[in-house]
Design a protein around this ligand. Structure first.
Ligand code: PLP
Length: 369
């Protein structure tokens, strides 16, 4: 007989990441280049400055890391002009989402989020046995009015990913300002800005204004996207010191390893790498939009480094056919979109191979239809 897990875990389906490239090559016996456009990584790779710092640090890995992430927090605090006690670092921003659930949710409490948003907050709420209140998106965007209506005395957390993964749409500054004006003060807003560095649009909210106004927001950013360090697992949060002290009660000691800390600190200084990556992303998105338009595939203009595309057939069919051609994309069924794929922007050669594979698959589909 097996031990009984907590009943609230019954509904949790463990997070299922895309398969690593090596596994796909092995399973499908693929030859030639295989392009992983599935996990919104930076196709330009890590910042060269981060790599150099990483090499210098390797000889020190027999030491535990600095638990306080001092150097990285110091740099982040300077960058955002806040005190160091308003900055925390996590094992990816996913850790910080989970910590906010561990720290603020109990049975009987509620977390409000958009149905189809990035899945970590949903898992966190369930882990805590709290009630998950999922608000349907409105025209593929957060329905902030409906989210406000869903907030009540039991609400402790609201999670907003801006832009939303997997849709790539944005809650604008005007709308989010209004939302925060009306959100009860004691509710913590977890504002996940994983793709912020890619965005130049003026209507993107300046979330630091909320922090400076003393609001209860936890602003989350990551080194996994534009900085190209997804494999090292490092993200950070900015919030009032009292909130971060609460989060630190539930985190593991040494949650961010040595390599991650030094590489992230170096990457933060590599503005040229960020600019290069942003340019590549903008050009790649335009290219993909054009191709989706060519085949009349519904898609959304994206503020992130991926494009959401909804096909006229089950996405598994398109996904499988693309994968056979060496292009790995991401079906987003678990987010509630059975026909949609999320396609991460690649390098120019990767985008060209995506376009070639898409044209073959679309012709095949149209032939069948
Ligand atoms: C909205 C959002 N938040 C968080 C993450 C995870 O980031 P990290 O690698 O920092 O845990 C992702 C990754 O895809 C994301 O899309």
């Amino acid at each position: 007989m097996l031990p009984n897990p907590r009943p609230c875990l019954e509904d949790i389906r463990p997070y299922k990441p895309g398969k690593p490239v090596e596994q796909v090559i092995r399973e499908l016996k693929l030859r030639g280049p295989v392009d992983k456009l599935a996990s919104n990584e930076n196709p330009m790779g890590p910042s060269p400055k981060a790599l150099a710092a990483l090499r210098r640090e390797l000889k020190n890995i027999y030491y535990y890391p600095e638990d306080s992430c001092w150097l990285l927090r110091e740099k982040l605090a300077k960058r955002y002009k806040v005190g160091m006690d308003s900055v925390t670092v996590g094992n990816g921003s996913v850790e910080l989402i989970l910590l906010s659930c561990l720290a603020y949710l109990d049975q009987g409490n509620e977390l409000v989020m958009t149905r189809g948003s990035f899945i970590m907050a949903k898992i966190g709420a369930r882990v805590m046995g709290a009630k998950l209140v999922e608000v349907p998106p409105d025209n593929y965007s957060h329905d902030l009015d409906a989210m406000l209506e869903a907030v009540n005395d039991r609400t402790r957390l609201v999670y907003i990913d801006n832009p939303i993964n997997p849709l790539g749409t944005m809650a604008t500054k005007d709308k989010l300002n209004k939302f925060l004006k009306e959100l009860p003060e004691q509710v913590l807003l977890v504002l996940d800005e994983a793709y912020a560095e890619y965005i130049t649009a003026k209507k993107y909210p300046n979330s630091m204004d909320y922090y400076k106004a003393g609001r209860n927001v936890l602003i989350l950013r990551t080194f996994s996207k534009v900085y190209g360090l997804a494999g090292l697992r490092v993200g950070y949060g900015i919030a009032q010191p009292e909130i971060l002290q609460t989060l630190s009660k539930v985190r593991l000691p040494f949650n961010v390893n040595r390599a991650a800390q030094v590489a992230a600190a170096a990457a933060l200084d590599d503005r040229a790498h960020v600019t290069r990556s942003r340019k590549n992303n903008e050009a790649g998105k335009k290219l993909l939009y054009k191709e989706f338009e060519r085949y009349r595939v519904f898609h959304l203009p994206s503020f992130a480094n991926f494009v959401f595309a909804n096909f006229p057939v089950d996405s598994d069919i398109v996904f499988g056919a693309m994968q056979q051609r060496g292009v790995i994309t991401r079906p987003v069924k678990m987010y509630g979109f059975p026909n949609a794929l999320r396609v991460s922007i690649g390098t120019p050669p990767q985008n060209r191979r995506f376009i070639k594979a898409l044209s073959e698959v679309m012709k095949q589909l149209q032939g069948v239809g």
